[in-house]
Design a protein around this ligand. Structure first.
Ligand SMILES: [Zn+2]
Length: 312
């Protein structure tokens, strides 16, 4: 045991064999690789095979650790002369072009980032925060490309605020599965139209039965235009907000119509009337007396009671 052949077996890269091992002072293991098999290389531009090697340059990739030892792979990357692309580097089987991490190492970091903060994953794998963040982003992009395309029946559209000031993003989500379908900057008609047309295919759009949103006119316009068969459903919070504002307006009008004498009875009673069922003692008696005062004050009370009923 302990031969380079065993190291090749441990490394587990089918098209490569280990030709050297080097221990560094910090405990890092540098594994030197070489291709095995035919001397033909895959062009990174077009994917065709060619044997015309122009030169080679040593490149390093971080890989999964061996026990507690971080591992770096060292390989002489060839530059090829491809008849279709010109001069290109060869494509290696274990990493993406221009990447400094192997594909499986990046996958491990990205997976860890789903269950812990990015900074913790970076420390755990001895990489910088930026490297961990890029690995996570690539992992999520790969997942997004391969996840199954469901046909959502009920969609949700809302805006979220990002950063300071009036910077909003539009969020499109599948309400049944509880997953975000897409994000788009701004909360305009264009942003929602882009989301609906880019993130959903025609067969997915055809399956939508209802879209829940707040009472934002641009969203309603786009839903009516793009998803003409779907129902637009306004969420309860915004409906109550508008009903509450309308009742307040009625109450205000009644209050000022009551005249200066009656106004003294109604002043400062908005919250009292709203909560008159639960207040006790002298406050309760004051609320009761106010309710018995006059038709004008009663109309004010009715507005308050209706508010209470709406704010269940
Ligand atoms: Zn090529």
């Amino acid at each position: 045991m302990g031969s380079l052949r065993d190291c090749t077996w441990i490394l587990g890269l089918a098209a490569y064999r280990v030709t050297g091992l080097e221990r560094q002072l910090d405990g890092r293991l540098v594994v030197t690789l070489e291709r095995r098999g035919l001397r033909q290389y895959v062009c990174s531009g077009c994917g065709r095979r060619t044997g015309h090697v122009r030169d080679a340059k040593v490149r390093l990739w971080d890989d999964l650790p061996w026990a507690e030892h971080p591992v770096t792979l060292r390989y002489s990357l060839r530059r090829l002369w491809c008849r279709h692309c010109g001069i290109r580097t060869e494509r290696v089987g274990f990493a993406d072009p221009h990447a400094r991490l192997t594909r499986r190492f990046r996958q491990r970091i990205g997976l860890d980032c789903q269950s812990m903060p990015t900074s913790h994953a970076a420390v755990r794998h001895a990489v910088s925060w930026g490297t961990a963040r890029r690995a996570e982003r690539t992992f999520l992009q790969a997942w997004d490309r391969t996840r199954p395309k469901h046909r959502p029946r009920h969609l949700g559209v809302d805006e979220i605020q990002r950063g300071k000031g009036q910077h909003f993003w539009t969020v499109l989500s599948d309400l049944v599965r509880g997953e975000v379908i897409g994000l788009q900057q701004d909360r305009s008609e264009d942003s929602l139209r882009t989301l609906l047309k880019d993130r959903l295919e025609a067969r997915q759009r055809a399956a939508v039965e209802a879209v829940c949103m707040d009472m934002h006119r641009p969203y309603l316009n786009v839903v009516t235009e793009v998803l003409s068969r779907a129902e637009a459903v306004f969420d309860k919070f915004h409906v109550l907000q508008h009903a509450s504002a309308a009742l307040d307006e009625v109450r205000r009008q009644e209050f000022f119509r009551a005249g200066p004498v009656m106004r003294t009875h109604g002043r400062g009673t908005r919250w009292l009337l709203r909560r008159w069922k639960i207040v006790r003692g002298s406050t309760r008696r004051a609320a009761g007396a106010l309710r018995g005062q006059s038709p004008t004050v009663q109309s004010v009370c009715l507005a308050g009671a209706a508010r209470s009923a709406l704010d269940i």
